[in-house]
Design a protein around this ligand. Sequence first.
Ligand SMILES: C[S@@+](CC[C@H](N)C(=O)[O-])C[C@H]1O[C@@H](n2cnc3c(N)ncnc32)[C@H](O)[C@@H]1O
Length: 348
Amino acid sequence: MNHSYSISEVANVFNITTNKIRYYEKKGLLKPLRDSNNEYRKFNDEDIMTLQLILLYRSIGLSISDIKDIIENKTNKNYLNHFNDQWEIVNDEIQRLTIVRDSLENILDKLYMKDECGLDSDILDVIKRANKISDVKNNWKDKWNFNDWAKNYDKAIVEDRGEVKIYKNYNLILDKVYNLASKNNKKGLKFLEIGVGTGNLSSKFLKNNCDIVGIDQSREMLRIAKKKYPKLKVRLGEFLKIPYSDKSFDIIVSTYAFHHLNENEKVIAIEEMIRVLKNDGKIIIGDLMFKDVDDKRFIFKSLTKGQIEEVEDEYYSNIDFLKMEFRRFDKNLSYERIDMFNYIIKII
Ligand SMILES: C[S@@+](CC[C@H](N)C(=O)[O-])C[C@H]1O[C@@H](n2cnc3c(N)ncnc32)[C@H](O)[C@@H]1O
């Protein structure tokens, strides 16, 4: 039997004000019937369920317009869109607050250590550095449009139409990264793949029952990965803003993704990877690189103009530079060269 409740009864049940309920009604989220005699609102069981949903969605920060859209369009695709949006908003906020907290920590250290002279400029320096990091984190853009690429990505690997044939050893590289990452491992380790794309590398871990999550900044790539490997856990996430807490993973892997970050961005991405990596964890990356500046100069001499343009459209790493950056965290980098541009680096 369908019950009918007055607005004060409903407000009492949920411990909220009647004004709040009227507000949700005004925004079109609730549509209670009216009593034909006195025009009072009559809430039925369905309205109660809807209000419960509204309050739950509000508690995780969804906006009124998002909630309205979710209530009106209950498809999985629409849910995913909204909850992914919210996942991004929450993770961005965590990143922002973490930077602010780190700055305050730093400033307070300085204040407790020193007397008054020179403090203003020290404090300003800390804040300026924090703002710079935020800018780098927030200004990365997908200028290659991976969402458009996602559907045909696997075909593009096979066709390898580019001028520099970066995919000619694709399968070999993925196998090697998998083998290096899973060598001598204990049971129950946690793996993270960054730039999971259509899931080709992660699927090898999945097949061998490893606990892996793949993150990518492209929703379409994630959609295809999930279609190919329904059991694969995927999440939206970027190198520069990894959506996980400190020391969450034993092993981080990545292939063909790191070269979408310029050098400033790589510095922050390395900090992020180290942040989410456990102390004795390892990182294995297969990607496009040069050994050092001289190696790049030498190789460029043998390339055509078109090939150089293609290489320079992305940011192939310089291994010497990466070595130096990882050393700041007491990590050692070793590498294997696979072909002219493809290397596998191991960081332990
Ligand atoms: C060339 S595809 C490689 C995909 C897959 N790793 C593979 O080996 O086939 C590059 C992938 O990295 C992702 N990617 C690029 N820059 C990224 C970033 N800053 N954070 C997260 N993912 C990124 C892209 O969206 C894309 O899915």
